[in-house]
Design a protein around this ligand. Structure first.
Ligand code: PLP
Length: 359
C-alpha cells in the first residue's frame, strides 16, 4: 500500500472526496440533537432520512456511513446468489468494491460496453438473458449517475426511463448508484426525484461533491428499507449518535447542492485551458460535470511520470492508466487554483515531452 501523506499537495484534484468540512458545517455538527440511531432515537438522522427519501422520490431511506455500503446492501436485497447484475464495464460496482457483488451477494456482474459509461435501453435489452436453466438469471441493472470513469457523463432522464421500462418488462430491478446524482441534477435540470423515483433503489453520497467527511443515504420502498436495516446491522454499519454525522449531511443539502454548478464551470475552464495544448487530449467528447480525464498519449509522455512530477509541484491528479490521469473539481478548489493547476500541468507536460524528445 502507498500511504502518501496529503500534506505536500496544495491543489488536490485527485477526487471530490478531498474536501474538509467548513467551519459552518462543523458548527452544525456540534449543535446536533442526537440519540441512539439503532433504537430509532436519533432525531437528526431521522430528519436526514425523511428529507432524503422525499428528495429521491421514495417512501423511505436509510443513513449509511458510505456509498459502497449502499451499493452492497442494494445488491444483497435485489439479488440471490447466482443472479446476474448488468452494469457498464467501467462501473464502480464492477471495478472498485473489492468484488463485493460476488463476495457478499454471490451475484455475477455482467459488464457491458458503454459510451462514456452510459448505455441505452436497447443495449440493456440485448444484454438480458432469456430464460435457460443453465444461464444465470438476469436480475438487476445498475445506472451510475454520473458515470465516474465515463468522465462524469450524465445519463439523460429519457435514457434512464427507457432502461427502466426494458428492465421491468424483463423482470429486472433498477438500482441507481447516485454517488454524484446531484452533479447530474445541476447539469441537466432534471430533479433528483425524477431520476430517483423511476429506479427501484437509489442513493446519494455526501462525501463526494457535497463536501462532507462521510455519509450516504439509500432510498427505496418501505419494505426495501426495512430489509436494508437488517443488512446494515449484519455488515456492522449500524451506528449510535449518528446525528453528528447526519447534521453535516443536512448542512450540505442546504448549502452545497446548487453550488455544484461552480465545480462544473471550473472543470470546463480547466479543460479549455489544457485540451489541445501540448498534445493533451480528452478521451471523452465533452466535460459535462466536475470530472475530466487527461490523455497524454499524443504528448508522448507517460501518465505515471506526469502525475509524479505534478505531485512534486503540489498538484494532485489521480492516475487512471498508462497514459491517463483524472482531475476532479470540488468545493475546496478555488478559481485561482484552477488557473494555477492548468498552468503547471501544461508546462510539466511540455517539459517532460521535450526531455523525452531530446533524450
Ligand atoms: C465513490 C463512489 C462510490 C463509493 O462511495 P463511497 O462513499 O466512497 O463508499 C460508488 N460509486 C461511485 C460511482 C463512486 O464514485
Amino acid at each position: 500500500m502507498n500511504f502518501n501523506t496529503r500534506s505536500s499537495i496544495r491543489i488536490d484534484l485527485r477526487s471530490d472526496t478531498a474536501t474538509r468540512p467548513s467551519a459552518a458545517m462543523l458548527a452544525r455538527m456540534l449543535a446536533a440533537d442526537v440519540g441512539d440511531e439503532q433504537l430509532g432515537e436519533d432525531p437528526t438522522t431521522r430528519m436526514l432520512e425523511e428529507r432524503s427519501a422525499d428528495l429521491l422520490g421514495h417512501e423511505a431511506a436509510l443513513f449509511l456511513p458510505t456509498g459502497t455500503m449502499c451499493n452492497q446492501i442494494a445488491l444483497l436485497l435485489h439479488c440471490r446468489p447466482g443472479d446476474e447484475v448488468i452494469a457498464a464495464r467501467v462501473a464502480h460496482i464492477y471495478n472498485s468494491e473489492g468484488a463485493g457483488a460476488a463476495a457478499l451477494a454471490g451475484a455475477l456482474v455482467h459488464p457491458i460496453a458503454s459510451s462514456n459509461g452510459i448505455f441505452t435501453g436497447s443495449d440493456l435489452t440485448k444484454a438480458v438473458r432469456p430464460y435457460r436453466p443453465r444461464a444465470p438469471r438476469s436480475r438487476l441493472v445498475v445506472i451510475e449517475q454520473t458515470s465516474n470513469r465515463g468522465g462524469g457523463a450524465v445519463w439523460p432522464i429519457s435514457t434512464v426511463r427507457s432502461i427502466v421500462e426494458g428492465a421491468h418488462a424483463h423482470g429486472l430491478s433498477v438500482h441507481m448508484d447516485g454517488a454524484r446524482l446531484f452533479n447530474a441534477v445541476v447539469a441537466s435540470g432534471t430533479s433528483a426525484a425524477d431520476f430517483g423515483r423511476c429506479c427501484d433503489s437509489v442513493w446519494i453520497d455526501f462525501s463526494k461533491g457535497l463536501g462532507c467527511p462521510f455519509g450516504a443515504v439509500l432510498a427505496g420502498s418501505k419494505s426495501f428499507i426495512a430489509e436494508a436495516w437488517r443488512w446494515k446491522h449484519r455488515l456492522g454499519g449500524a451506528m449510535r449518535q449518528s446525528g453528528f454525522m447526519a447534521a453535516a449531511c443536512l448542512y450540505a443539502l442546504d448549502h452545497n447542492v446548487d453550488r455544484l454548478a461552480e465545480d462544473h464551470s471550473k472543470a470546463r475552464r480547466f479543460a479549455a485551458r489544457l485540451f489541445g495544448s501540448n498534445g493533451i487530449k480528452s478521451p471523452f467528447s465533452k466535460v459535462e460535470t466536475n470530472i475530466l480525464f487527461l490523455d497524454f498519449a499524443d504528448a508522448g509522455v507517460s501518465a505515471p511520470a506526469v502525475v509524479q512530477e505534478l505531485r512534486k509541484q503540489g498538484i494532485g491528479l489521480s492516475l487512471e492508466g498508462p497514459s491517463l490521469a483524472r482531475a476532479v473539481t470540488h468545493l475546496d478548489i478555488g478559481e485561482r487554483d484552477v488557473e494555477e493547476a492548468a498552468e503547471i500541468v501544461a508546462t510539466t507536460v511540455a517539459t517532460l515531452s521535450r526531455t523525452i524528445a531530446t533524450a
